[in-house]
Design a protein around this ligand. Structure first.
Ligand code: NCD
Length: 302
């Protein structure tokens, strides 16, 4: 694997390889036994042009767990603030020869642009509403730990699908791996073009999550919406919030997921978010580290 720019670049076999390696690191971390020097002497440069809590921190920890050093570049403190162009900034950083670049950017295709200009591997940590491949991979690892397969599962992805790179990458990955993906959203939050073949669309939670094995909730991405289109929080919760009653319509063993950040009382009720038997949010965050170890290992260590 040279770069990881999107799920489109990966075949089902390659996805399986990444998942196996991530599962290996997840187990190894539980046992405290893995090669802590696998990426010794490597330098990972993280470039985050958008806010992040989980993703930036877990890439940082993942790289360090494998012995790499991490340079966290800060857009706010950079020469972009002195009107340097994005391409000049990338050429400048590339000239310093990092061993890998991890980038999150609000513009469509920015990671691919960076990959075309630098000599090292590039990992997409989220671009625009398009792709967030490591999130989809860590979500798949989390589902596999519980259900042992992705094939044949029914996964309902609910909420602001139109603005969600998490929904896009998950729909592509899960469909490639044989799951049935459903999008559940009001019309104005449903994408015009579906990211993968066979995705079913529903405009009510009741229909959309009925019988689902996994219910994946999404935040209303207000920062990507026209102000006038932003729904009122309580109306949205009434119609699309995941409550205990609604979750009762899903499969009796249904799992609840959310990539975070969560907005409690908007897309999810406290009782559901805090249910230790159904809710996998903390596990998703935990799996971010071994999954990103696997990806960094594959692009740099081999
Ligand atoms: C998401 C993101 O930034 O794409 N979060 C994440 O990476 N775990 C989702 C969001 O911002 O709602």
């Amino acid at each position: 694997m040279k770069h990881l720019l999107g799920i489109d670049d990966l075949s089902a076999g390659e996805i399986t390889d990444v998942l196996h390696r991530a599962e290996y690191y997840a187990r190894a971390m539980d046992d405290g036994r893995w090669d802590r020097h696998k990426l010794a002497d490597k330098i990972v440069l993280t470039l985050f042009f958008e806010n992040s809590t989980r993703t930036v921190t877990s890439f940082d920890i993942a790289a360090k767990r494998l012995g790499a050093q991490v340079v966290n570049w800060n857009a706010e403190l950079s020469s972009l603030k002195k009107d340097e162009s994005f391409s000049d900034t990338i050429d400048t950083l590339g000239a310093m020869r990092p061993d890998a670049i991890v980038i999150r950017h609000h513009e469509y295709g920015a990671p691919a642009f960076v990959a075309s200009r630098v000599k090292c591997p590039v990992v997409n940590a989220g671009d625009s509403w398009r792709e967030h491949p490591t999130q989809a991979l860590l979500d798949a690892v989390t589902i596999m730990q519980e259900k042992h397969t992705l094939e044949g599962l029914s996964v309902a992805i609910c909420g602001d699908v139109a603005h969600s790179r998490v929904a896009n990458s998950n729909a592509k990955l899960l469909t490639k791996m044989g799951a049935q993906v459903r999008f559940v959203a009001p019309a104005f939050m449903m994408p015009e073009k579906l990211p993968a073949p066979g995705v079913l669309c529903f405009d009510t939670m009741e229909e959309g999550i009925s019988g689902a094995d996994v219910v994946m909730m999404l935040r209303v991405q207000k920062e990507r919406m026209e102000r006038s289109a932003i729904p009122d929080d309580s109306t949205y919760f009434r119609d699309y919030g995941l409550t205990v009653e609604r979750l009762g319509l899903a499969h009796k063993d249904a799992l609840v997921m959310h990539p975070g950040p969560m907005n409690r009382g908007v897309e999810i009720a406290d009782e559901v978010a805090d249910d230790p038997h159904r809710s996998l949010m903390t596990r998703q965050v935990a799996n971010g580290v071994p999954t990103r170890m696997a990806v960094l290992d594959l692009v740099m260590g081999g």
